[in-house]
Design a binder for this molecule. Structure first.
Ligand SMILES: [Zn+2]
Ligand SMILES: [Zn+2]
Length: 340
């Protein structure tokens, strides 16, 4: 079967590999849709070595289950999650599940961008394979994982209805934050991005104001719709420059949510006295858990959010390397999907 593997920095190859063999508690899924995430691109180009796995926003159909698997069977439509916590350790007991040492210890085999991938028993027994209702398509299902990451992050940020919010970075997760905030009754929402296609999409999805930070003074324009500044500024890009927009637009006592994964070793110079004097809080959030995936599924099932519209381009699995390059370089790409 085909699998898309990372063999070294910048070196993505398509390989013919053996179909994984199941242990008693494992599940084998036939890939139907896999979203390309910014973190996949960071893994390819950010100096991560070989052995790092690509593809974690995936949905498909169960091909085979190990003899001890309960509640799942061949033919079930599912979304699978690559990381799960142990629910037992110090971090888990303190609610920091995504900091659990076990969280990244398991993953799909051989990776998510493969014709078939094995979900290990550790994940299966912790609820990482979720059944899909017939009304939810495979592409929407693949986007449940990133949506769940946004849900967890917004919870951690303390976002509330009525909050005025800046979203710096209108890629797939920025646009998902926008929809989740609209759905929860946020106040004014301002979105920024340097890509026109993304600004247009944000406008359609309910942003009150969209800005190109290369052409407009973000904090000045934000002041016109939220005179004290925004209650919450979300940095939904890995580019640390976007932090400047957040710091200059957030109100006194407001919060900054650092959501987009910065490149390894990224540095940002900060006026700490201003941070203290203005009592700005900074929250970070990484990844998600099964309960948030189920909340995302509930929102999509009720059509409270529209994930399907985020998908702008599709590539077959045999063109996965081209798809990854396209996602990195095309100004028109919002969500690029690998379909099988
Ligand atoms: Zn992701
Ligand atoms: Zn743990």
């Amino acid at each position: 079967m085909l699998a898309c593997l990372l063999k070294g920095p910048g070196k993505v190859v398509l390989e013919d590999v053996p179909t994984p063999i199941l242990a008693r508690g494992d599940v084998l899924v036939r890939l139907r849709a896999g979203g390309i995430c910014g973190t996949d691109l960071e893994k390819i180009h950010g100096g991560y070595g070989p052995g790092v796995l690509l593809g974690h926003e995936v949905s498909g159909v169960i091909e085979q289950v190990g003899e001890e698997v309960k509640g799942l069977k061949r033919g079930d439509r599912v979304v699978a999650h690559h990381h799960v916590p142990c629910y037992n350790c110090y971090y888990c007991q303190h609610g920091d599940y995504t900091m659990c040492d076990s969280f990244k210890a398991t993953n799909f085999d051989p990776c998510g961008f493969a014709e078939f991938f094995r979900v290990p028993e550790f994940n299966v027994t912790r609820g990482a394979v979720t059944l899909l209702p017939d009304t939810v398509g495979f592409e929407e299902a693949a986007l449940l994982e990133p949506t769940a990451c946004c849900i967890r992050a917004l919870d951690k940020s303390g976002a509330q209805s009525g909050n005025n919010v800046l979203i710096a970075g209108l890629g797939p997760t920025g646009l998902t934050h926008l929809q989740l905030l609209r759905n929860m009754g946020a106040g004014k929402i301002v979105g920024t991005d340097i890509q026109k296609a993304r600004l247009n999409m944000a406008k359609k999805m309910g942003a009150d104001l969209v800005l190109d930070p290369n052409e407009q003074d973000v904090s000045k324009e934000v002041g016109k719709v939220a005179s004290s500044g925004v209650d919450l500024a979300i940095v939904s890009t890995g580019n640390p420059k976007a932090l400047s927009q957040a710091f200059s637009s957030v109100r006194k006592g407001g919060r900054i949510l650092l959501f987009g994964a910065p490149a390894q070793g990224a540095i940002y110079q900060l006026d700490v006295s201003s941070l203290f004097a203005r009592q700005i809080s900074i929250t970070t959030s990484y990844s998600c858990l099964e309960p948030e995936i189920r909340r995302a599924l509930d929102l999509v099932s009720r059509k409270a959010i529209d994930l399907g519209s985020l998908v702008t381009h599709r590539f077959p699995l045999k063109e996965a390397p081209e798809a990854l390059e396209f996602a990195r370089s095309s100004p028109a790409a919002v969500k690029t999907m690998i379909v099988s």
